[in-house]
Write a protein that binds this ligand. Structure first.
Ligand code: ADP
Ligand code: MG
Ligand code: ZN
Length: 622
C-alpha cells in the first residue's frame, strides 16, 4: 500500500472546503448588495417616517460612510422589498437620531467587512476554479481518473458512502452451491419480513451475522440476496471505505450508516471486508492505527445501542475471521457465524447453471464435465470461466458457446490466466488429497475410540486441501490417554495413505504433523502420559501478557531429560504412524473405494462413508 491516494484525497478535501468558502462568500455578498433597491436619502427618510421599515442593517464600509439597508414590512402582495442608501460618516449621527426616534425599527449595526487580498483573488477566480472543479469531477465520473484519491469521494464528505438499494434483483435463486449457508439465513429473512411476529413473545433476534469464507464464494452476493428475499432496504459499505479518510470520518460514517438504516427499518446493514476495520486492536505494540480503532469502537457502540427488534440485521463478511477483534464476536454483536465454503462438484454445476442462464450455450456444452474438472473453483471463478468462454465464442463469431470454448476458458484459468489467487487444484493434487483424506477417515473408523466421522471433503478450505471432520458424541473437556492414542493414528492416517498408495509423500500433511507433534509434546511434558518420565511437568509455558500467545517457558530440566522427552515424543508418534499404516494396508480395498468416491463427489457425509464401508469385510489389523 502506498500513501499516494490518501494524500491526494486530503488535498481534494482542502480544495473542496476552499471552494465552498469562496462560493458561500460570494453568495452572501451578492444577496446583501444586489437585492436591495438603491434609493436616495430623502426617499429613504420618508420610508422611515412612514413606518414601513421593520429592520435596518447598518454596514460600515471603508468608503467613509455606511451602507444602510432597510427591510420593509411585507406589503399587501406578500412581497418584502428592501431599500438601500449610502450615508457618509458626517451625516450618520443625524441619521441615527432619526432612527432612534422610531423604537419599533430594529437596528443591526455591522462592522467593516474586510476583504483580504487573498480573498479577493479567490473571489475573482472562483468561477474559473469552479469550472476546473466540475471538469475534474466529470473526468473522474467518466473514468478519466484524475488524482487517485477521489475528488468524487469528497462530494460525500462526512456522509456515509453506503449504497442503499431496495427492490433488488438478487434473490436466493442467484446464489447456488451454498445450500447450507442459505438455510442458516432463512431465519433472518423471515424475521426481516415480519419482525413483530418473532418478538411477540419477548424473544430477541440476533443483531449480527458474520459470513465467513474464502474470497469469491458469494458472501457479498448472499447478503444482497437476503435483502432481496426479505424485500428490505440494504445498506452496504466496505470496510476499506471506512479507513481511507481523515481521522474521525470512519466513525461518523458508521453513525450515519446506522441512522439511515434505522430510518428505513426493516433493513440490512452490510459491512463487507470487515477485517479492514475489525482487526485486533493493539496488534501493533506502541501506537496502533487510531482511526481504525475509533471506527471499530463506534461500530460496537452502535451495535450495542440499538434495539434489534425494530428489524435491523447487521451482516458482515470476512475471509480472515482469525484477525477479527474478539470484542466484535461477543454475544450481542457478531455472534452468529455462517460459513460460506467453496462449492463441491454439485455446487459448481449449479453455479455454472445460474450464470449460464443468460448465455446461449451450444447443445454439446457439458456443464457437468466442466464442474468435475474445476475442483477448488469458487463462484467468482466459475462466473469468470463462463465469461471467458462467451468472449472466445464471440471472437470466433459463433452464435453459441460450445463445449470447447468452455474447456479452453477453464484451462486458461487453471493455467494462471486468472488474476484471483484461487486454490485451483490440478487433477494430480486432487487425487493425492482424496487418498489422504480417505486415509484419515478409515483410521478414524477402524481404530476404536475415535469420534464418528461426520464429513469428509477434498474441497480446499483455508490452508488445507481437504478435511476429515469428526464430531464427538458429547463435548469433551478432558482427554484420556486411550482417546489420544486413537486420535494420533487418525491424524497420521493421511500421510500413511499417501505413502502406501503413491510410495511418495507430499506437503499436505503439514498441519496434521504439527497438531500431532503438539499433542505428543503435551502428553509427555504436561499431561504426564509418558511412562518413562512420569507425571511431571516439564517446562511451564507462559501466556505473553500483551501479545496473547504462548512463549516457550524456560527449560527447567536437564539436557538428559530433554533428550528423553524428544525420544518419548518420537516414540508416541512412531507408534501412531505404525498403527495407521497397519489399518490402511489391511483394508486397502476400502481405502481405494473411499478415495474414488471422494474423487467423484468431493464431499461425503458420515452416512455415505458408512454405506461404502459396509460393502466390505473389515480386516482388523493388530
Ligand atoms: P465474496 O464476497 O465472497 O468475495 P462475491 O459475492 O463478491 O464473493 O462473488 C463475486 C461474484 O461471483 C458474484 O457477483 C457472482 O457473480 C459470482 N458468485 C460467487 N459465488 C456465487 C454463488 N455461490 N452462486 C452464484 N454466483 C456466485
Ligand atoms: Mg465480497
Ligand atoms: Zn490431513
Amino acid at each position: 500500500m502506498n500513501d499516494q491516494p490518501k494524500k491526494s484525497g486530503l488535498l481534494s478535501y482542502i480544495l473542496f472546503i476552499l471552494f465552498a468558502l469562496i462560493i458561500w462568500n460570494a453568495f452572501v455578498q451578492q444577496s446583501q448588495t444586489d437585492s436591495p433597491i438603491s434609493i436616495d436619502y430623502n426617499e429613504f427618510l420618508r420610508t422611515v417616517e412612514s413606518d414601513k421599515f421593520q429592520s435596518i442593517v447598518i454596514q460600515s464600509t471603508e468608503k467613509g460612510g455606511s451602507e444602510i439597508t432597510g427591510c420593509c414590512v411585507k406589503d399587501k402582495d406578500g412581497k418584502d422589498a428592501s431599500y438601500n442608501v449610502f450615508v457618509n460618516n458626517a451625516a450618520l449621527p443625524a441619521f441615527m437620531d432619526i432612527l432612534r426616534a422610531k423604537p419599533k425599527i430594529k437596528i443591526f449595526p455591522r462592522p467593516i467587512r474586510e476583504t483580504s487580498w487573498l480573498m479577493s483573488i479567490l473571489i475573482n477566480w472562483a468561477p474559473m476554479l469552479l469550472f476546473i472543479f466540475i471538469w475534474i469531477f466529470f473526468m473522474r465520473k467518466m473514468g478519466g481518473g484524475v488524482s487517485a484519491g477521489g475528488i468524487g469521494g469528497i462530494m460525500n464528505f462526512g456522509k456515509s458512502k453506503a449504497k442503499m438499494s431496495v427492490g433488488h434483483q438478487v434473490t436466493f435463486a442467484d446464489v447456488a452451491g451454498v445450500d447450507e449457508s442459505k438455510e442458516e439465513l432463512v431465519e433472518m429473512i423471515n424475521f426481516l419480513k415480519d419482525p413483530k411476529k418473532f418478538t411477540r413473545l419477548g424473544g430477541r433476534m440476533p443483531k449480527g451475522v458474520l459470513l465467513i469464507g474464502p474470497p469469491g464464494t458469494g458472501k457479498t452476493l448472499l447478503a444482497r440476496a437476503v435483502a432481496g428475499e426479505a424485500g428490505v432496504a440494504f445498506f452496504s459499505l466496505s470496510g476499506s471505505e471506512f479507513v481511507e479518510m481523515f481521522v474521525g470520518v470512519g466513525a461518523s460514517r458508521v453513525r450515519d450508516l446506522f441512522e439511515n438504516a434505522k430510518k428505513n427499518a426493516p433493513s440490512i446493514i452490510f459491512i463487507d471486508e470487515i477485517d479492514a476495520i475489525g482487526g485486533k486492536r493493539g496488534m501493533i505494540i506502541g501506537g496502533g492505527h487510531t482511526e481504525q480503532e475509533q471506527t471499530l469502537n463506534q461500530l460496537m457502540v452502535e451495535m450495542d445501542g440499538f434495539d434489534p427488534n425494530v428489524g435491523i440485521i447487521i451482516m458482515a463478511a470476512t475471509n480472515r475471521p482469525e484477525t477479527l477483534d474478539f470484542a466484535l464476536l461477543r454475544p450481542g454483536r457478531f455472534d452468529r457465524h455462517v460459513v460460506v465454503p467453496r462449492p463441491d462438484v454439485k455446487g459448481r454445476e449449479e453455479i455454472l447453471k445460474v450464470h449460464a442462464r443468460k448465455k446461449p450455450l451450444a447443445e454439446n456444452a457439458n456443464l457437468t464435465a466442466i464442474a468435475k474438472g474445476t475442483p477448488g473453483f469458487v463462484g467468482a471463478d466459475l462466473e469468470n470461466l463462463l465469461n471467458e468462454a462467451a468472449l472466445k465464442a464471440a471472437q470466433k463469431e459463433q452464435e453459441t458457446i460450445t463445449n470447447s470454448d468452455l474447456e479452453e476458458a477453464k484451462d486458461k484459468i487453471i493455467m494462471g490466466g486468472a488474476e484471483r489467487k484461487s486454490m485451483v487444484m490440478s487433477p494430480a493434487v486432487k487425487k493425492v488429497t482424496a487418498y489422504h483424506e480417505a486415509g484419515h477417515t478409515l483410521v478414524a473408523k477402524f481404530v476404536p475410540g475415535n469420534d464418528p466421522v461426520h464429513k469428509v471433503t477434498i474441497i480446499p478450505r483455508g490452508m488445507s486441501l481437504g478435511l476429515t471432520g469428526t464430531l464427538p458424541e458429547e463435548e469433551r473437556h478432558n482427554y484420556t490417554k486411550s482417546y489420544l492414542e486413537a486420535l494420533l493414528p487418525m491424524m497420521m492416517g493421511g500421510r500413511c495413505a499417501e505413502e502406501l498408495v503413491f510410495k511418495d509423500i507430499s506437503t499436505g500433511a503439514r498441519n496434521d504433523i504439527e497438531r500431532a507433534t503438539e499433542l505428543a509434546s503435551n502428553m509427555v511434558k504436561k499431561w504426564g502420559m509418558s511412562e518413562k518420565l512420569g507425571p511431571l511437568n516439564y517446562g511451564k509455558d507462559r501466556e505473553h501478557e500483551y501479545l496473547g500467545f504462548q512463549i516457550q517457558g524456560a527449560q527447567d530440566y536437564s539436557e538428559k531429560t530433554a533428550q528423553t522427552i524428544d525420544e518419548e515424543k518420537k516414540q508416541i508418534i512412531d507408534k501412531a504412524y505404525r498403527k495407521a499404516t497397519d489399518v490402511l494396508a489391511a483394508n486397502r480395498n476400502i481405502l481405494e473405494a473411499l478415495a474414488s468416491a471422494l474423487l467423484e463427489k468431493e464431499t461425503l457425509t458420515g452416512e455415505e462413508v458408512n454405506n461404502i464401508v459396509k460393502q466390505f469385510k473389515i480386516s482388523q489389523a493388530n
